[in-house]
Design a protein around this ligand. Structure first.
Ligand SMILES: [Zn+2]
Ligand SMILES: [Zn+2]
Ligand SMILES: [Zn+2]
Ligand SMILES: [Zn+2]
Length: 345
């Protein structure tokens, strides 16, 4: 059994019970049943969702409806309510901790984003979010069923009632929130997974370290400090870069924060920008200025922008950048970074 499910069940077993059955705690019973619900959807290869048989008596209606995924999904509510009323009235309103062993069940089968009501289902059990349903002109792209998608109201209710833990709990986030707010939270969670950026400035070095931004900053300091260029906030940093050097890691002397100085050769010149390695919560938190000063004249090129933020840096076209045209005379580069708002690094 999944370790987390085991620990939840052991916690439940150790707390005072309401309406305790001699055989099994009703709460534990529900945990296992609800887990089976998700498993059954997967075991059936998405053809339909089998309603959870919570009562010991079999329900002939459930078998009759085997081919109708939507109708069965709607039975789900009926069964959940019936079971609460008939078998465990004293715990009917109690929250039920659940471990979802197949998270695909809660994601759109087309775009794989978390499902948010209204949720749709095709006759062959493929789920869809509203935007995928619209984009696919109501034809399931997985099976091309002619009947299209139907509104799966039972799943709407289930999803609307679910509270989840942050997926970065193992990194230290203790927040819980409604499932429908999952994406919103995780986009701004301070515990988002960040990756060691050493291979950006040393392509031959492989390092798989990943953790919260704080730990990645500490790790970088301990393992690769000499591969970075230190800077202080709000102080111009003269930076020397080889023509072939594409990335330099900048490390804040004050707080260990990590930034990537990008230096890409394009057809019309060099394209420069700065990114931050950090969680989504850092979006908009750092402003940088790049200046290319001619060595033999007073002319210069400069730009100021907000650093884009990456937990895992990937090749991308920067939203804003400084282009130094190919014919620009010899120059020296300066980078300047400041915190645009108070941010705990
Ligand atoms: Zn979708
Ligand atoms: Zn389908
Ligand atoms: Zn979180
Ligand atoms: Zn590393």
């Amino acid at each position: 059994m999944d370790n987390r499910l085991e620990s939840i069940i052991s916690r439940l077993n150790n707390r005072p019970r309401v309406n305790e059955s001699p055989l099994q705690s009703p709460t534990v019973h529900h945990v296992q049943r609800l887990s089976q619900l998700y498993q059954s959807a997967v075991i059936n290869n998405g053809t339909h969702v089998t309603p959870v048989q919570v009562d010991s008596d079999s329900d002939p209606e459930a078998e009759d409806d085997q081919d109708d995924g939507v109708a069965e999904a709607q039975h789900l509510d009926h069964h959940a309510t019936t079971s609460a009323v008939t078998s465990a009235p004293a715990v009917a309103r109690e929250e039920i901790p659940v471990v979802v062993t197949d998270p695909d069940m809660l994601h759109c089968s087309i775009c794989h984003n978390s499902l948010c009501p209204p949720i749709y289902l095709c006759d062959n059990g493929h789920t869809s979010c509203t935007s995928c349903k619209t984009r696919s002109k109501n034809t399931c792209p997985s099976c091309r069923t002619p009947k299209g998608f139907k509104h799966w109201r039972g799943m709407d209710k289930l999803v609307e009632s679910m509270k989840v833990e942050c997926k970065y709990r193992w990194c230290g986030c203790r927040e819980t929130f409604m499932f429908t707010k999952k994406a919103e939270h995780e986009n701004k969670c301070r515990f988002t997974l960040c990756f060691c950026p050493i291979s950006l400035c040393q392509p031959s070095t492989r390092c798989d370290y990943r953790h919260t931004y704080k730990n990645v900053y500490e790790h970088f300091y301990e393992a690769h400090m000499f591969c970075s260029v230190p800077f202080f906030y709000m102080e111009d940093l003269d930076i020397t870069v080889e023509k072939t050097q594409k990335r330099i890691v900048l490390r804040g002397e004050d707080d260990g924060s990590l930034f990537i100085f990008n230096h890409d050769k394009q057809e019309d010149g060099m394209v420069l920008s700065v990114d931050c390695i950090g969680p989504g919560a850092f979006t908009g938190a750092f402003v940088y200025r790049l200046t290319a000063k001619c060595i033999e004249s007073y002319s210069c090129l400069t730009m100021e922008s907000v650093a884009e933020v990456f937990g895992k840096w990937e090749e991308h076209t920067p939203k804003n950048y400084l282009t130094i045209p190919s014919g620009f005379p010899e120059y020296k580069l300066q980078v300047w970074i400041k915190k645009a708002r108070p941010v705990v690094v």
